[in-house]
Design a protein around this ligand. Structure first.
Ligand SMILES: C[S@@+](CC[C@H](N)C(=O)[O-])C[C@H]1O[C@@H](n2cnc3c(N)ncnc32)[C@H](O)[C@@H]1O
Length: 278
């Protein structure tokens, strides 16, 4: 991570992450569980890695559904939130500090879930490395589930709505989060300016941060997955249980086709090759 300033969203304001990002965890986990079972034969009781677990929402929900989950993330403040929330799940959930680009060589999982993370990888080398790292950590024939922001859908979204703002009431004040996103089409990068504004006891403090994210296109994703030994790739619109789109029918993408929910996020499942050379 070098000396790049860290994102307040993941550090000083980690305590507010779940207040500001209230995703449909349970229904997404319905999709994830369905995919684990149907695609990978991965049943409750199996070892699952949540790569980039953040505050642990998905790791916790999947542990509650019976999976033996290890959550790994690079951000200590987010992991503290996860550990606090997961205190009653110590038998089925382990939360660890770690980099998904450098997973321990001696541990293998029956499934990997990596959601909301891969857009944080900007450098080409890291985007390649992530899939080799996942392949090494997966048992042969087992399933990787991930999501990414798809570039074309993301352009549509941010051209219409470049500003995102959310306020939450606290016991003793208000927190407002605002982000402004500029598009950089040549590189498929998003240039994001974020501000947290906290008003407590009549005193206002702000934290500003500029950073870069990078979206994905199907060709890049398919290329990296294949290079790392993954196959049988399916694409679904943002955790929609049906219809999953298989490799042949995937020309239906990008989203926006009749019958598919519009969104900038793809949910993708892929199987690790039975006899990996990695
Ligand atoms: C948008 S959050 C998503 C968190 C969680 N997956 C969820 O769905 O709630 C992105 C997460 O990826 C983590 N992350 C980014 N790069 C990482 C890396 N190289 N290794 C481990 N975690 C990483 C961040 O620290 C952050 O927790």
């Amino acid at each position: 991570m070098g000396s790049t300033p860290r994102r307040p969203f993941y550090t000083a304001f980690a305590w507010a992450y779940d207040l500001l990002i209230a995703g449909p965890v349970s229904s997404r986990c319905d999709f994830i569980e369905h995919t684990l079972v149907q695609r990978g034969g991965v049943l409750p009781g199996a070892r699952l890695l949540n790569a980039g677990c953040g505050t642990g929402s998905y790791a916790i929900e999947l542990a509650r559904r019976g999976y033996r989950v290890t959550g790994v993330d690079v951000e200590p403040a987010l992991l503290l939130q996860a550990r606090t929330r997961a205190a009653d799940l110590s038998a089925s959930l382990t939360i660890e500090t770690g980099d998904i680009l450098d997973l321990p060589p001696d541990r293998r999982y029956e499934a990997i879930l990596c959601r909301g993370v891969l857009n944080d990888l900007v450098a080409d080398a890291d985007r390649v490395q992530a899939f080799f790292s996942f392949a090494r950590a997966l048992d042969a024939g087992r399933v990787l589930i991930l999501d990414v922001r798809e570039w074309n859908a993301t352009i549509c979204r941010y051209r219409q709505e470049p500003i995102f703002e959310r306020s939450v009431d606290l016991d003793d004040g208000t927190l407002t989060f605002r982000s402004v996103t500029h598009l950089e089409p040549d590189t498929r990068r998003l240039l994001v300016s974020e501000r947290h504004t906290l008003v407590q006891g009549g005193v206002e403090t702000t934290a500003d941060h500029d950073f870069v994210m990078r979206c994905w296109e199907k060709e890049e994703l398919a290329h990296h997955l294949a290079r790392a030994g993954f196959g049988a790739i399916t694409y679904a619109p943002d955790y929609a249980l049906a219809p999953p789109v298989d490799g042949i029918a995937s020309s239906l993408w990008p989203p926006g086709q009749p019958g598919l929910k519009k969104g900038r996020r793809w949910s993708i499942a892929a199987l690790q090759a039975q006899s990996s050379m990695i």
